[in-house]
Design a protein around this ligand. Structure first.
Ligand code: BGC
Length: 391
């Protein structure tokens, strides 16, 4: 399963596309936001992440470029802890949700903030799949299905970390044959690199010694108004997808590809996340908002699959990938019940969104979907870029 390796980004066209929509952004984006918070916020410190877990050292690593764009990553779950980019006035703004210490990430039912997700990102129906006639049973950790690898997915594993230089961190993890129910010893490498033009690239590689399935992604929760701001409903989104995957009430794709045209899922032109989210619609009801995989029109890694911007901060995020699917999740299950987010913030309902690049959910059981099977001798290789600018 060789994935696209040629990754020359054509960023300028995306910026032009954004400019064309900027006037709309001002018109739609102003209501109900709280942007006071994040800039003054103190960043998590490394002492609060220093621990021995699973017999390995956990720490906090920093990537920084010449613009002072800063990315904090812990090797516990390979998690992005902070991503600080300049807003339109140059003010450093942390745009992802997370915790000030390792303890936050170890809480039960923690919502996968910033985590590397594996072995299989998203859902597998009833946790079952077969390879060469052999049936495998995974953890049932989300209603009747497996979600994000199971009870002990990569989000809770300690990766080995190697800081290659000020802008690159390499994480590795070997998932043993049978771990969490998946076959094969799977060797995984995740390379985080921050470029001087404020692009955070995540490059995933994996090999196996037995036929297996794999679908890795990152579960960063973004709020371009600044993490801890009340809502993302005013963030403007464009998703370059003419179809999405409708789901059943347990969020497993039905197998159909549904055109977005004429539905609340049409983000082919910029609109706010909130514009149609409360429309009466069976799919929005199933997802309790957006929690669906979009079938991206192009996944050549040169064309953004999605662009998001905040009128309040002027921060623009472009997403590039070679993956065929984009899970757009509007933070429907965030409750804001506790003030334990970074800087004592409560992360309320729909106060962040996720753009998880991946193969389609439940692909191991849906032969019409692109395969997620990895065989010995092959290298799983996929790249996603989140690129930031402001205007
Ligand atoms: C899923 C949501 C789930 C969330 C957990 C997303 O990837 O699509 O259904 O609730 O992860 O944080």
């Amino acid at each position: 399963m060789k994935r696209n390796q040629n990754f020359l980004l054509m960023i300028s066209c995306a910026v032009v596309m954004f400019n064309a929509c900027k006037s709309k952004s001002t018109a739609n984006g102003a209501a109900g936001q709280d942007t006071t918070s994040s800039a003054e916020q103190k960043l998590p410190d490394s002492a609060s992440f220093s621990a021995d877990v699973q017999g390995k050292k956990v720490g906090l690593f920093t990537l920084k470029n010449k613009n002072n764009t800063t990315v904090l990553i812990t090797n516990y779950g390979g998690r992005l802890v902070s991503l600080v980019v300049p807003d339109k006035s140059g003010k450093p703004t942390d745009v992802i949700l997370g915790y000030d210490s390792l303890k936050g990430y170890q809480k039960p039912k923690e919502p996968y903030f910033g985590a590397i997700i594996g072995r299989y990102g998203n859902r597998i129906a009833k946790g079952k799949f077969s390879l060469d006639g052999k049936a495998y049973q995974l953890d049932i950790n989300d209603g009747v299905n497996t979600l994000h690898g199971g009870f002990n997915g990569f989000y809770g594993k300690v990766f080995s970390a190697k800081q290659l230089n000020a802008q690159e961190l390499e994480l590795t993890y070997v998932s043993k044959d049978g771990e969490d129910g998946y076959p094969g010893n799977l060797s995984v490498t995740v390379l985080y690199s921050l470029s001087d033009d404020n692009a955070l690239k995540i490059e995933y590689k994996a090999t196996t010694d037995k036929k297996t399935i794999v679908n890795l992604t990152n579960h960063a929760y973004f709020n371009l108004n600044g993490a801890g701001s009340k809502t993302i409903l005013d963030n403007l989104v464009q998703i370059n997808a003419n179809a999405f995957l409708p789901v059943d009430t347990t969020l497993i794709p039905t197998g159909k590809l549904q055109p977005v045209k004429g539905t609340p899922f049409d983000f082919t032109k910029f609109k706010t996340i909130g514009a149609d989210i409360d429309t009466t619609d069976e799919q929005l009801k199933n997802g309790k908002g957006y929690d669906h995989n979009f079938v991206v029109n192009k996944h050549d890694a040169n064309t953004p699959v999605a662009i998001v911007n905040s009128a309040a901060t002027g921060i623009i995020m472009e997403v590039y990938t070679d993956e065929p699917g984009l899970q757009f999740y509007s933070g429907n299950f965030l409750t804001g019940a506790t003030n334990d987010g970074k800087g004592g913030k409560a992360y309320g309902h729909r106060s962040a969104f996720c753009m998880e690049t991946q193969h389609f959910p439940d692909a191991p059981n849906q032969p019409a979907f692109a395969s997620t099977v990895l065989k010995p001798g092959e290298t799983y290789h996929t790249i996603t870029v989140y690129k930031f600018s402001s205007k």
